[in-house]
Every structure is written in C-alpha cells, then in structure tokens.
Design a protein around this ligand. Structure first.
Ligand SMILES: CSC[C@@H](O)[C@@H](O)C(=O)COP(=O)(O)O
Length: 337
C-alpha cells in the first residue's frame, strides 16, 4: 500500500488489486471511504492485518470534509460492516476512534484540520507497526522452524490461504518465518494449499516465487495425503481472530489441515499479531463466521453454503506465534494487556 502524501493529511491511498493477482499487478487508487469499504468487501485488499491498516486509512479519508463525531461514527460503522471475522479490522477502527475522540470535533477549519492530521498520523502509525510486528514474528518463527528442521534434509512446511506480504503491509505473518529462514540459508520448501474458492494459495505461490522460495501448489484435498506420507514437517497458518482460549478462526479449510496434522503428530502453528487476539471472545463458538456470496463457487443455480472461515479448536494448535514470541494456547492469557 502506498499513500499519496500531499501534506500531513493525505488525499488517497494506492492498493494492489488482489482480485487481479496473480495474472496482473494492477494498482487502484482509493479516494474516499466508500472506495475503501468497496475494496475490503470485494477483497481487492484482503488478509486480516492489511484489512485493519486499510480501514484505518479509510477513517482518515472519511474525515476529509467533515471530522465531526457523527461523521466519525458513520465512517466507522460503514467500515465495520464490510467484513465480520477478521478482528484486526475492528481493532483498528476502535483504535482510530479512541485516538480521534481525544481531539475536540469543533466546527472550524482548525479543528477539522487537526482531526484530519491526527487520523492520517494514526493510520500511518498502524501501518508502520504492522511492518515491525511482522519482522518480530519472522524472528521468533525462525527459531521454531530451526527447531523442526530435519538433519540433512529440506524443511517441509505446509501453509493455507495467504498470510504473506500481500496480506499485510510487509513480510506477512505465517510467511515471515519462512522468509527469515530462506534469508538465513536454511533450505525450506512450502506446500501451498490452493484455498478454494478464492484461491489465495495462488497469491502465496506468486509471492514465494518472487522471493525465490521453493514451493509447490497443491489442491486443498491433497493436504491430508501429504501429511500422512510424512512429507510435511510442520504447518504454519495465519489467523483472522484468535479467541481467549486459543480457538482460531482462519480461512476455510484450516481446520481439516489441523485435524490431519494432529492425526499424524505433525506440529501445527498459528502466526498472528497480538491485534488478532480477541480476549473479549471466550471461545471459537463466539466468533462470527463470514458467509460469502454463492457466486464465489461458480456453481450456477445449485444451492450453496459458502463460509469464508472455519474454527480450529485450541487443542489442535501446537503454538501461537506473535511479535511477543511463541506460547502454547494454555499460556495465551499472559499476552492480555
Ligand atoms: C496474515 S493474513 C491471515 C488471515 O487473514 C488469512 O490466512 C486469511 O484467512 C485471509 O482471508 P481473506 O478472506 O483472504 O481475507
């Protein structure tokens, strides 16, 4: 994401349209909060951390001409309604609202200008923190990967969906340790699950290819066989929301991989920033699962159910990796601030 920075308060942001990738890399300019809401809803931008950052910029754009409390509330409500599961969206909106409400709304140019500048400043801070967070996730994750590296063999990693740099401002979450291992000269190979129906696995394959990381695309249903055949040393996935007990919402299909991993004694890690942990949500059952349009399955008039995420129960998760380090699900509470 690039910001068109004319002054302390910006005018627009540029995003890479992920609905066009990997075929073509097309940038789209977002000028208004409506543009941002559309980009999130249509998955031009996707991935929990990137959705959060984009929504923060959406708030800034929404206050361009009116920075009153009522406009702020309207903008936040509109953005919050775009996608329900990724908690980073709601976390970023709450943070923007909290910070902006410290500044008087006023009705003069000075008050408008101040709130606008504060909004842009905070959105930039959220974006910059995402980069630093993912670097830290990469460093902590590198220790995990090193620990599981078989002697004299390539480390075989499996991932699902896209939790790489495209889903964040930079580096990614689940892929950050992979990039760190590759940079450290540790031989790795990534099994990339296609991730129907939106094929985010193709985005993962695209960015791994760009980074020169060896990888192989598989159909989602091939994962169980590869795990059973001993071709996977560990799995690492991102998350859209982690409940207080460690139950994790992530892209549909994650749960089946975790079941197969447990059945064959293969470690299953979740990598996510602390902003993905929702301590107000006691278990995965309380997480709202987004239901997306039937058209995404391309099945014509056939009745369709299309949940975008599933819940991996905490007991299937070996460890949760964040910018703070790695903990077991039982230890997750120590990260509650
Ligand atoms: C670092 S992104 C982690 C998750 O957000 C990712 O795995 C995922 O499920 C993305 O879903 P998407 O529907 O593509 O936004």
């Amino acid at each position: 994401m690039v910001e068109d920075r004319a002054s302390n308060a910006g005018n627009s942001i540029l995003i890479l349209d992920q609905t066009r990738l990997p075929q073509v890399a097309v940038q789209v300019r977002l000028n208004t909060v409506d543009d941002v809401a559309h980009a999130i809803r249509s998955m031009q931008v996707r991935g929990a951390p990137l959705i959060g950052v984009t929504a923060a910029y959406g708030v800034a754009l929404g206050l361009k001409h009116d920075a009153s409390d009522s406009q702020l509330a309207q903008v936040v409500d509109m953005l919050a309604a775009t996608r329900p599961t990724a908690v980073n969206l709601h976390w970023a909106l709450a943070r923007m609202q909290r910070v902006l409400q410290k500044f008087p709304q006023g009705c003069n140019a000075l008050a408008l200008g101040t709130r606008r500048e504060v909004a842009w400043h905070e959105a930039r801070a959220i974006a910059a923190e995402d980069v630093a967070t993912n670097v830290a996730i990469g460093e902590h994750g590198l220790r995990i990967l090193t620990m599981h590296k078989p002697k004299d063999a390539v480390l075989q990693i499996m991932t699902h969906c896209n939790a790489g740099r495209l889903a964040t401002v930079a580096h990614g979450t689940a892929l950050a340790p992979v990039y760190a291992a590759h940079a450290a000269g540790i031989p790795v190979h990534v099994w990339v699950s296609e991730t129907r129906p939106r094929n985010q696995g193709l985005l993962t394959a695209w960015e791994l290819a760009e980074a020169g990381v060896p990888h192989t695309l598989i159909a989602d249903n091939a994962a169980g066989l590869l795990i059973m055949q001993g071709k996977v040393d560990l799995l690492i996935v991102g998350a859209d929301r982690i409940a207080a007990n460690g139950d994790t919402a992530n892209k549909i299909g994650t749960y089946l991989k975790a079941l197969a991993a447990q059945a064959h004694g293969v470690p299953f890690y979740v990598a996510a920033p602390l902003s993905t942990i929702d301590f107000s949500c006691p278990t995965g059952y309380a997480i709202c699962i987004e239901e997306r349009a039937a058209a995404e399955l391309g099945a014509g008039d056939v009745p369709v159910v299309n949940p975008a995420f599933d819940i991996t129960p905490a007991h299937l998760i070996t460890g949760i990796l964040s910018e703070n380090g790695v903990v077991s699900v039982e230890e997750l509470a120590q990260w509650k601030s």
